[in-house]
Design a protein around this ligand. Structure first.
Ligand SMILES: [Ca+2]
Ligand SMILES: [Ca+2]
Length: 237
């Protein structure tokens, strides 16, 4: 073989090896139902938006590879056990899904996924927006909590400061307004209350409290009375 041919042949062979090495076994696939079930603790289930829809698992990118991971928001069937959230990750070389993070939220028994995952800080790691709901035998109010979870240092991390609310309004997920009533002396559940409105906005890498005020008027929670019903969507003063 002439030496000039070697200059062409060797790089071509190397490129060929690289291509086959990269292409081998690198097919992504979604987890099967039984694989997902393997990550759900006994007595738990993945939340469902309604009985009609499939379990509400979230596909989003939580690490540095190009495949989406799966977030499993789980509640206990018994209603009084804490919610759990796990993230599972697919390894295309072994064709296996495995657990990469899990967290339990002791003060809450239910949760709602808010909108679609975001990447507000553009680091290619998703943020999942969640409302946590406490147990209440009486339908009690005012201690829901907003969380915006992402993966940081291999752990589920909340980008929201501690917060509680009765209701929230969100226009674009970059800014949450939350409302809590002030339960004054001699006020009943169905009476009229002043409300505190707080605004949390995404600043650089996390949410910060950027505004807080108390309403000038009093509003009722959920029934018509001698004051207006509290309605964030209509605006309050
Ligand atoms: Ca990924
Ligand atoms: Ca991000």
């Amino acid at each position: 073989m002439r030496i000039q041919n070697l200059f062409i042949l060797v790089p071509v062979m190397l490129i060929g090896l690289l291509l086959t090495g990269c292409a081998g076994n690198s097919t992504y696939r979604e987890p099967s139902e039984s694989e997902v079930a393997g990550f759900i603790p006994f007595g738990y289930r993945v939340i469902q938006p309604s009985e009609v829809f499939a379990p509400q698992i979230v596909y989003a990118n939580f690490d540095n590879d190009s495949f989406p991971e799966v977030l499993l928001p789980m509640i206990a069937k018994g209603q009084e056990d804490p919610v759990k959230i796990s993230i599972i990750d697919f390894n295309p070389n072994t064709n296996i899904w495995s657990l990469i993070a899990t967290k339990q939220y002791d003060d809450f028994v239910n949760l709602n996924i808010i909108g679609k995952p975001t990447d507000l800080d553009r680091n290619n790691i998703a943020e999942v927006h969640i409302q946590f709901v406490p147990y209440s035998a009486t339908g009690g109010v005012n201690s829901n909590s907003l969380a915006v979870l992402t993966m940081s240092n291999n752990e589920l991390t909340d980008l929201m400061p501690n917060n509680t609310h009765y209701a929230y309004i969100s226009n674009d997920q970059k800014e949450y307004k939350i409302a809590s009533f002030v339960w004054g002396n001699n006020e009943s559940h169905f009476g009229c209350h002043y409300w505190v409105i707080k605004t949390y906005a995404f600043v650089n890498t996390e949410y910060k409290l950027v505004d807080s005020y108390q309403t000038h008027n009093r509003y009722s929670m959920d029934v018509e009375s001698y004051c207006d019903v509290f309605d964030l969507h209509r605006g309050v003063i």
